[in-house]
Ligand binder design. Structure first.
Ligand SMILES: Nc1ncnc2c1ncn2[C@@H]1O[C@H](COP(=O)(O)OP(=O)(O)OP(=O)(O)O)[C@@H](O)[C@H]1O
Length: 898
C-alpha cells in the first residue's frame, strides 16, 4: 500500500482516508476518476472497499492473483476484492469468529459479480479434500440456479438479481468450506406478471422454452415460441443478444443434478413454472350478471394437471373471493378486472413460494450434517438505495433495508474505531455524524412506525384505500422531521408531491413514494393450507420484510463486518466511461462521504510500530540500518528526528496514529528522497559485492583447476615411473634369462635385442661381394644371422653378376679356366690375378699361301716380342681347333704374302 503512495499524483490515493480534503466530494470523485481511468477499479476507505464496475474483463481475477493475495497483510497489496475476502478469512481462522461481507450498490454496479468472485476465491484458495469437492461444487453451482429463477434482464442490467441474497459459507476448524446456507429477500414477484418495456421476465421461463427438449415441453403443454405467452412478452424483448438461454439451460440442468435435485423435484418445479405461463394466458369474460368467467378452459386444464389441483377449485379461486363473515365463509364472485388481478396475484404468489422452496432445497443440499462447530463468512448481496421516477412499495422496502444497513455500518465503524482507540489507550474524541436511527424508527417503530400503520390499515375491517392509509400516516407521523406529504409540505415543495404520495427524507436523500401501496398488501402469502387454517391475523408483506430484516441485522451484528460498495460508472454499460453526475449520486446514496468523514474524524493513518519503523527507519541515523530496542521507542526517536509536531500524531500501545495525510505524505516524500541515496549506495555496494563474488568464484575455480591439473600430472608421472620400473625390471629379468628359450621372462628383452640387432644390421650390411664383415649377432639370433648373411651375400653376388659386362664376363670365365689350370700349381699365379686378360694380347696369323706356318702373336706392353711361329702339317685343323678353343674366329688373321 505505502509503495503506491509514490504514484499518487498519477493514479490517486489507494485509500480515501489519505485524501487531504476528505470532506470535498469533488476531491473524492477526482480520485475515483483518476484511478478508474487507469483501470484501477478498487479503492479503500479504511477497510471498506469501493468498487467501480469496469464493464470489461480485467486481468485481475486470475488464479495467480488469488495466490498473490492469499495470506498477505491487507495493506501490503493494491486494493482488491481478494484482499477483503482474504482478510475476513484469515481473521476468522485466527480468532475463530464469524464474519460477513456486505456488498451493496445500485442495479448493475457489480454486486453479484463481486460475490461470485469472492466465492471463487474461497473455492480456489481454501484447503479442501476430495470429500469436500462436492460442497465446493454445490456452493458454486447454487448460483446459476438462483440466477435462473431470481435474475432477469432489466434496462439497467441484463442479468439483474431481483432478490436480495445472504449466503453463509461455513468453514471447519481447518478453514475448509464444509457447507452453506442461503437467505433470500424480497424476490420481485411483480415481474412474473408485468415487465417494463425492454425488460424480461425471470430467465428460467425463456431458458425452459429455448432449451427444454420436445418431450418435456409437450408434457408441460408448452410451445417453444415465447411470443405465445402473455407473461413473457410485455417488455417486447423475449430474445436478447447478450443472453444465451439455451446454454444457460444446460448449465442449470447440470447444476440441478450436482445440488441433489431428484428427477421428481425437477419435474414438479417445471410443472409449476409451466403452470405460471398457462395462468398468464387465461382470459376472462363477463357473464350475464357481470361476473367474470374463464373464456377458454384449456389453460386451466393444464394448470390443474401440472399442479395436481382440482379443476373446479382452481376455477373458483380465480373468479371468486372468499369473505369471512363472523364464523361463516361466503364466496363472492369477482368482476373481470378483479379476476385478472386475482390471476396475477396467484401467479406471483406461486412463483414466490416456488422461489422460497428452491432456496430451501438448495439449503438442504448445502447443509453440513456433522455437529462440530463451524465458523462462517456471510456474503450479503443486496440492492442499494433506489430512487426511481415512480417509487412503489418495493423501493420503500429496499430503501428501508439500506437505511438499516447504513445504521449498521456507521455503528460498527464507530464501534470499531472506538474499540481500537480504547485498545491502544488513546483518548476517544467524539465524532459528529448523522445517526439515521430516527429514520429507521419512523419506518419500523411498533405501533408508531409506517409499517405498523400499514398493517393496521390493511387488516382492519372495512374499506381501506391508499388515501385512508395516507391520512393515518399524517395523523400518526405527520410531525416527524423526515416525513412529508403534500398537505404537510411547505409552499415550495408542495407541488412536487401528489395527493396520495408521501416523501421520506432518507439519509441518502429524499424519496417520494407513490402508487398503490394498499393493493400491494393484499398480496399476502396465504397459500399454505396451514396458514389458511390459522385464524391469527396474517402478516403483511411489509411486516414479513421488517421481521426478516431485523433477523438479518441480528445475524450481521453478531459477526465481524467487511464492506464492499459497488458503483455503476455509466448507464450504457460502457467501459472507461466515468459519468460524474451518476457517480456523484451513488457516492451520496452509498453514504461514502459520511463513512469517510467518520473514518477520518480521528486519524487518517495508523500502523503497527514494527511496520512503520521498518518502512521509515532509514530517515533517522539512530534507527538505520537496525534498531535494536522496542519498536515503539524506535518510532518515537524516528518521529522526533523527522520533526513531527505533537498535534500531528499520537502513540498508542502498538500503533502510531497520524492525524493528517499531509504528515504522512511529507514522510513518504522524505523517504523517497532518502531511498534514491540509499539505492545508489546500495547499487555501488551491490556491484562491488557482485564483482567480489565473481572474483571469488573464479579464484575458487582456478584453485580447483590447478589442484586437478597437478593431481593429473602427478598421477601421470607416477604412472610413468611405475611403468619405467616395471620395464627396467622386466629387461633385467630378460637379460638374466636371455639365454633361455623364449619364455615370458625374456620375451620382451629378446624381442627388443632382436629388433635392435636387426636395426643395427640394416645400417651395417656388407657393401660388396668382397666385404666379408658381418655384425656379431646375439646368441639367440645366430642361426637367423647366418641365414641373413647368406641371403645378403647371395643378393650381393646376384647384383654383382647383373652388373658385369659381356666382355668382363668373358674375362672372368677365362680367369676361372686359368684358376683351374694354374691355381696352386704355378708360381706367379696369384700376381696374375689382378692383371686383366687383354683381347688384343693373343692373335693368330697365317699367310694365304700354301705353307704350313702359323704365327701366334702375344704382344707385351706394346712391344712386338715373343711371337710364336709354328709349322705344322695340319694347319687348317690346328688353327680351327684353336679358334674353337678360344671361341673366337676373329682371332685368326690371314695375311697376304709371306
Ligand atoms: N468486476 C467486474 N469485471 C468485469 N465486469 C463486471 C464486473 N462487475 C460487473 N461487471 C459487469 O457488469 C454487469 C452487472 O454486474 P452485476 O450483475 O454484478 O450487477 P449487480 O450490482 O449485481 O446488479 P443487480 O443489482 O441488478 O443484480 C455484469 O454482468 C458484468 O458484465
Amino acid at each position: 500500500m505505502e509503495g503506491a503512495l509514490i504514484a499518487r499524483d498519477k493514479v490517486g490515493v489507494q485509500d480515501f482516508v489519505l485524501l487531504d480534503s476528505h470532506t470535498s466530494e469533488a476531491a473524492f470523485l477526482n480520485n475515483l476518476r483518476k484511478r478508474y481511468q487507469e483501470n484501477l477499479i478498487y479503492t479503500y476507505i479504511g477497510s471498506l472497499l469501493v468498487s467501480v464496475n469496469p464493464y470489461q474483463e480485467l486481468d485481475i481475477y486470475t488464479v495467480s492473483q488469488m495466490k498473490l493475495y492469499r495470506g498477505v497483510n491487507f495493506f501490503e497489496l493494491p486494493p482488491h476484492l481478494y484482499a477483503i475476502a482474504d482478510n475476513a478469512y484469515r481473521v476468522m481462522c485466527n480468532e475463530y469468529n464469524n464474519h460477513f461481507i456486505l456488498i451493496s450498490g445500485e442495479s448493475g454496479a457489480g454486486k453479484t459479480e463481486a460475490s461470485k468472485k469472492i466465492l471463487q476465491y474461497y473455492a480456489v484458495t481454501c484447503p479442501t479434500t476430495e470429500q469436500l469437492q462436492t460442497v465446493r461444487d454445490r456452493l458454486l453451482l447454487s448460483n446459476p440456479v438462483l440466477e435462473a429463477f431470481g435474475n432477469a434482464k432489466t434496462l439497467r442490467n441484463d442479468n439483474s438479481s431481483r432478490f436480495g441474497k445472504y449466503m453463509d459459507i461455513q468453514f471447519d476448524f481447518k478453514g475448509a468450506p464444509v457447507g452453506g446456507h442461503i437467505l433470500s429477500y424480497l424476490i420481485e414477484k411483480s415481474r412474473v406478471v408485468h415487465q417494463n418495456h425492454g425488460e424480461r421476465n425471470f430467465h428460467i421461463f425463456y431458458q425452459l422454452l429455448e432449451g427444454g427438449d420436445k418431450d418435456l415441453l409437450c408434457w408441460l403443454g408448452l410451445e417453444r415460441n415465447p411470443q405465445k405467452y402473455t407473461y413473457l412478452i410485455q417488455g417486447r424483448c423475449a430474445k436478447v443478444f447478450s443472453i444465451n438461454d439455451k446454454n444457460d439451460w444446460k448449465i442449470v440442468r447440470k447444476a440441478f443434478s450436482i445440488i441433489d435435485f431428484t428427477e421428481k423435484d425437477i419435474e414438479h418445479l417445471f410443472g409449476i413454472v409451466a403452470s405460471v405461463l398457462h395462468l398468464g394466458n387465461i382470459q376472462f369474460e363477463e357473464d350475464s350478471n357481470g361476473h367474470a368467467i374463464i373464456r377458454d378452459g384449456s389453460q386451466i386444464k393444464w394448470i390443474s394437471k401440472l399442479l395436481g389441483a382440482h379443476l373446479s377449485i382452481l376455477q373458483e379461486a380465480l373468479t371468486h373471493r372468499k369473505i369471512e363473515a363472523r364464523s361463516e365463509e361466503v364466496l363472492s364472485p369477482l368482476n373481470v378486472d378483479l379476476a385478472f388481478y386475482a390471476r396475477d396475484a396467484v401467479a406471483k404468489a406461486i412463483y414466490g413460494r416456488t422461489f422460497t422452496w428452491l432456496v430451501n432445497k438448495i439449503n438442504g443440499s448445502l447443509a453440513n450434517k456433522d455437529s462440530t462447530q463451524k465458523t462462517v463468512i456471510g456474503l450479503l448481496d443486496i440492492y442499494g438505495f433506489e430512487v426511481l421516477d415512480t417509487n412503489s412499495f418495493e423501493q420503500f422496502c429496499i430503501n428501508y433495508c439500506n437505511e438499516k444497513l447504513q445504521q449498521l455500518l456507521i455503528e460498527m465503524t464507530l464501534k470499531a474505531e472506538q474499540e481500537e482507540y480504547e485498545l491502544e489507550g488513546i483518548e476517544w474524541e467524539p465524532i459528529p455524524y448523522f445517526n439515521n436511527k430516527i429514520i429507521c424508527d419512523l419506518v419500523e417503530q411498533k405501533h408508531k412506525g409506517i409499517i405498523s400503520i400499514l398493517d393496521e390499515e390493511c387488516l382492519r375491517p372495512g374499506e381501506a384505500t391508499d388515501l385512508s392509509f395516507l391520512e393515518k400516516l399524517e395523523e400518526k407521523v405527520g410531525d416527524h422531521a423526515h416525513f412529508v406529504t403534500r398537505k404537510l409540505a411547505d409552499q415550495k415543495t408542495r407541488k412536487s408531491i401528489d395527493w396520495v404520495d408521501f416523501r421520506l427524507l432518507h439519509y441518502a436523500g429524499e424519496v417520494t413514494y407513490c402508487d398503490n401501496f394498499y393493493l400491494l398488501l393484499i398480496i399476502r402469502d396465504c397459500f399454505l393450507l396451514s396458514e389458511l387454517d390459522n385464524r391469527r391475523r396474517p402478516e403483511t408483506v411489509a411486516t414479513q420484510f421488517k421481521n426478516s430484516l431485523t433477523s438479518l441485522i441480528e445475524i450481521l451484528m453478531s459477526k465481524e463486518p467487511s464492506y464492499i460498495r459497488c458503483i455503476k460508472p455509466n448507464e450504457n454499460k460502457e467501459p472507461g466511461k466515468f459519468d460524474d453526475f451518476l457517480i456523484r449520486h451513488q457516492v451520496k446514496y452509498l453514504g461514502l462521504m459520511e463513512h469517510l468523514r467518520v473514518r477520518r474524524a480521528g486519524f487518517a493513518y495508523r500502523r503497527k510500530y514494527e511496520l512503520f519503523l521498518q518502512r521509515y527507519k532509514s530517515l533517522c541515523p539512530a534507527t538505520w540500518p537496525h534498531w535494536h530496542g522496542p519498536a515503539a521507542e524506535g518510532v518515537e526517536r524516528l518521529i522526533k528526528h523527522i520533526g513531527y509536531k505533537p498535534e500531528e500524531y499520537k502513540l498508542g500501545r502498538t500503533k502510531i496514529f497520524i492525524r493528517f495525510p499531509k504528515t504522512l505524505f511529507a514522510t513518504e516524500d522524505a523517504f523517497e528522497y532518502r531511498k534514491h541515496l540509499l539505492i545508489s549506495r546500495l547499487q555501488a555496494k551491490y556491484k562491488g559485492f557482485l564483482g567480489k563474488r565473481a572474483y571469488q568464484k573464479k579464484r575458487k575455480a582456478a584453485i580447483k583447476l590447478e589442484a586437478c591439473w597437478r593431481g593429473a600430472l602427478a598421477r601421470r608421472a607416477a604412472k610413468k615411473r611405475t611403468w619405467a620400473v616395471q620395464t627396467i625390471r622386466k629387461f633385467i629379468n630378460g637379460f638374466i634369462n636371455r639365454k633361455k628359450p623364449l619364455c615370458p621372462e625374456n620375451r620382451d628383452f629378446v624381442r627388443l635385442s632382436q629388433y635392435h640387432y636387426l636395426m643395427k644390421l640394416r645400417d651395417h650390411l656388407p657393401k660388396n661381394v668382397l666385404d666379408k664383415s658381418w655384425l656379431q649377432p646375439p646368441s639367440i639370433l645366430e642361426e637367423t644371422s647366418e641365414m641373413l648373411q647368406k641371403i645378403c651375400m647371395r643378393n650381393l653376388v646376384r647384383k654383382y653378376c647383373r652388373g658385369l659386362t659381356a666382355e668382363r664376363k668373358v674375362q672372368l670365365q677365362q680367369k676361372v679356366v686359368t684358376s683351374a689350370v694354374f691355381s696352386g700349381k704355378k708360381e706367379g699365379y696369384l700376381e696374375s690375378l689382378s692383371q686383366p686378360f687383354l683381347e688384343t694380347r693373343l692373335r693368330i696369323s697365317t699367310s694365304n699361301l700354301s705353307d704350313g706356318i702359323v704365327v701366334i702373336h702375344v704382344p707385351e706392353d706394346n712391344k712386338q716380342k715373343g711371337d710364336v711361329i709354328l709349322q705344322c702339317e695340319h694347319i687348317f685343323e690346328t688353327v680351327t681347333k684353336l679358334c674353337i678353343l678360344a671361341n673366337k674366329q676373329s682371332l685368326v688373321k690371314v695375311v697376304k704374302g709371306r
